[in-house]
Ligand binder design. Sequence first.
Ligand code: SF4
Length: 316
Amino acid sequence: MKTLSGIFTILGKNLPDYEERPQQITMAEEVFRCLTKEKNLLIEAGTGVGKSFAYLIPAIISGEKTIVSTSSLALQDQLVKKDLAFLSRVLPQKFSYDLLKGKNNYLCRKRLSDYEGTGKTYERFIKWMSKTKKGEKGELPFIPRFWSEVCCDSQDCNGKLCPFYEECFYYRHYRKLHKADILVVNHHLLIYDLLSDFNVLPFHKQLIIDEASDVDDVIATVLGSTISHSRTSWMLYRLRSLKIIVDHLFPAADLFFRKKAVIPSRPVFPVPPPERERLKKFREELALKKTVSTLKKNKKDAVDEEMKDRIETTIR
Ligand code: SF4
């Protein structure tokens, strides 16, 4: 196996504009020491250090399964399409890598089958869907307005019980991931994995978190409650499909979200009292308590299992 500085020399020979940076090599040595001695390490490195190579190369040469978690899709794409693709071409050590995006980046066959779409965009979308192999949002040449209603959603997924499970885009991709030596994920998946006793991500021995300053926001989002226009509309459509009369509630939801200047764009704790009041009023307007008790009653009376299941998912 080559030494770290030997490996960085390989980069120099294959990247025309590569400049040797002592901070990059120091960081790589520290990361490698931490990985091989099974220690924890926190590094703050400014721009221009070349951080991604400084952690990817030690992870690759350590030969252990590694998860790299980042917060932005842009960095995930850069790591997979540029950095790891390049390193797999030039490094003597062979390794495999993959990317798992958040669930909402994949098309959900089940939700699409429930969605009643019409019009030209919908037809174009169906044409794309009949050809796509991955069902990924990033492959779409256009993002339809209804994407949030047909993409995978953890709250609306029965996993193995779903009739589309075997051909599900997300799970088909997910089943291959255990083969990857380096797996790039986002912070949401990482936090869900921690909360689920490591049931979300495939086994890995090492963890590298980039863009770590965003982790606390993600924790607040995952552990907090979220309200959004798309989520509320999804719930209303869902209730309508369960024969609950909700048509009169759509304007109330639209009005609430149109005045969104008061809705914070990032998680806040504690929720300020005026917002709490506003949310309470909105909840009353949607008559959620009454709806949940009607659903519970309907669930008791439902004869078919699928209907029971759908009601349960909506209540949750
Ligand atoms: S398994 Fe979940 S994500 Fe996949 S198609 Fe079914 S509901 Fe959608």
